[in-house]
Design a protein around this ligand. Structure first.
Ligand code: NAD
Length: 303
C-alpha cells in the first residue's frame, strides 16, 4: 500500500485520515494543532513536524484546509521557503479536498504541472458524518491520469467519486451544489414556518411536502425545524453539522464565480445575504439549518 501524507486534521480531515489508516495506507500526518496529530498517532499514523516533512517521500499528498489562501501558500510559497511542490518526489500525486475558489485550484495545478506533478481538486460533500463513515462524495477536477491514480485513496474515504472536468472543475461543481443547497434550506425554512404560522404541524407538513412537488434533500435528510426529525442539528440546538461560517464562505465563492462568468444567480445572491446577516447575529458556529430561526421570529410579530 502507498504512503499518504495528510495535512489538515480538522473536523473533516481527522476522520478522513483515519479511514485511510483503516484501509491499510501508511499515513503520515501534519496539522498546526498538535492535539489533532496526537489523536491520529494513537490510531497508527506517523507524525511530522511540518507539512513538507509529511509530504517528502509520500506517494500521495492529501490536504484538507480551511480556504484558498491556506492551500496556495502551502503548495506554492512566494518567498524563499519551500512549498509542497518543491519537496515531493517525482510522480507524487497531489490531492486537495478543501473547498476553495477554482482560481486557486488552477493556480496550484499550473505550478504543479510546471514541476511535472499531477494535482487534482477534490472537494467533498457529505459533511462530518460522511467523513466519519467513509461515504463522502468527491467531486474532482484534473487530468484523466490523475483521476485514475487517485481512485484507491478516494475510495477509502468516500462512496461516490465524480470527475467534473479539468483543473478547477471540481470546485466549480461543488459551489454550484452548495449554492443550490443554501437556496433549498432557506426556501424550506420559510415554507415550514408559514405553515406553522397558520397552525399546521410541521411534521405533517414535512411529510406532505416530501412526497409533493416541493420535495427536496433538506426535507428528506436535514429538516431545519426542531423536533421534526431525529439526529439532525435542528433537534440538537443546531450543534454539529455544517457551520454557517462555512456556508457564508461557499456562497462568497459562488458569487465570485458568478461575476467571473457573468452568470445571473439572484437566488444565490439573496441566500448569501441572508446567511451573512445570520452569521453577524452570532450564529456563525451553528449549523446552517439554523437559518430557520430567522423565519421563526416572525411568530412573535404575528398579528
Ligand atoms: P477545520 O477548521 O475543522 O479544519 C482545518 C484544519 O486545517 C485545522 O485543524 C487547522 O489547524 C488546519 N490547518 C490550517 N492551516 C494549516 C497549515 N498551514 N498546515 C497544517 N494544518 C493547517 O475545517 P473542516 O471543517 O475540517 O473543513 C475543511 C475544509 O473542508 C474546508 O475547506 C471546508 O469548507 C470543507 N468542508 C467542510 C465540511 C464540513 O461539514 N465541516 C463539509 C464539506 C467541505
Amino acid at each position: 500500500m502507498s504512503t499518504v501524507a495528510f495535512i489538515g486534521l480538522g473536523n473533516m480531515g481527522g476522520p478522513m485520515a483515519l479511514n485511510l489508516i483503516k484501509a491499510g495506507f501508511t499515513v503520515k500526518v501534519f496539522d498546526l494543532v498538535p492535539a489533532a496529530m496526537q489523536t491520529l498517532a494513537e490510531q497508527g499514523a506517523l507524525t511530522a513536524t511540518s507539512a513538507c516533512g509529511a509530504a517528502a517521500g509520500a506517494d500521495i499528498v492529501v490536504t484538507m484546509l480551511p480556504a484558498g489562501k491556506h492551500v496556495r501558500s502551502l503548495y506554492v510559497t512566494d518567498d524563499t521557503s519551500k512549498g509542497l511542490i518543491d519537496v515531493v518526489a517525482p510522480g507524487t500525486l497531489l490531492i486537495d479536498c478543501s473547498t476553495i475558489d477554482a482560481d486557486s485550484a488552477r493556480f496550484v495545478a499550473q505550478h504543479a504541472a510546471n514541476k511535472g506533478l499531477e494535482f487534482i481538486d477534490a472537494p467533498v460533500s457529505g459533511g462530518t458524518a460522511g467523513a466519519a463513515a467513509g461515504t463522502l462524495t468527491f467531486i474532482c477536477g484534473g487530468s484523466d491520469t490523475a483521476f485514475e491514480q487517485a481512485q484507491d485513496a478516494l475510495n477509502a474515504m468516500g462512496g461516490n467519486i465524480f470527475h467534473a472536468g479539468g483543473p478547477g472543475a471540481g470546485q466549480v461543481a461543488k459551489i454550484c451544489n452548495n449554492m443550490l443547497l443554501s437556496v433549498l434550506m432557506v426556501a424550506t425554512s420559510e415554507s415550514l414556518q408559514m405553515g406553522i404560522d397558520h397552525g399546521l404541524d410541521p411534521k405533517v407538513l414535512s411529510e406532505i411536502m416530501k412526497v409533493s412537488s416541493g420535495g427536496n434533500w433538506t426535507l428528506d435528510k436535514y429538516n431545519p425545524c426542531p423536533d421534526v426529525m431525529e439526529s439532525v442539528p435542528s433537534s440538537n440546538d443546531y450543534q454539529g453539522g455544517f457551520m454557517v461560517d462555512l456556508m457564508v464562505k461557499d456562497l462568497g465563492l459562488s458569487q465570485e464565480a458568478a461575476l467571473l462568468s457573468n452568470s445571473s444567480t439572484p437566488m444565490g445572491a439573496l441566500a448569501r445575504s441572508l446567511y451573512v446577516n445570520h452569521a453577524k447575529q452570532g450564529n456563525g458556529k451553528r449549523d446552517f439549518s439554523s437559518i430557520f430561526e430567522q423565519f421563526a421570529q416572525s411568530e412573535q410579530i404575528k398579528k
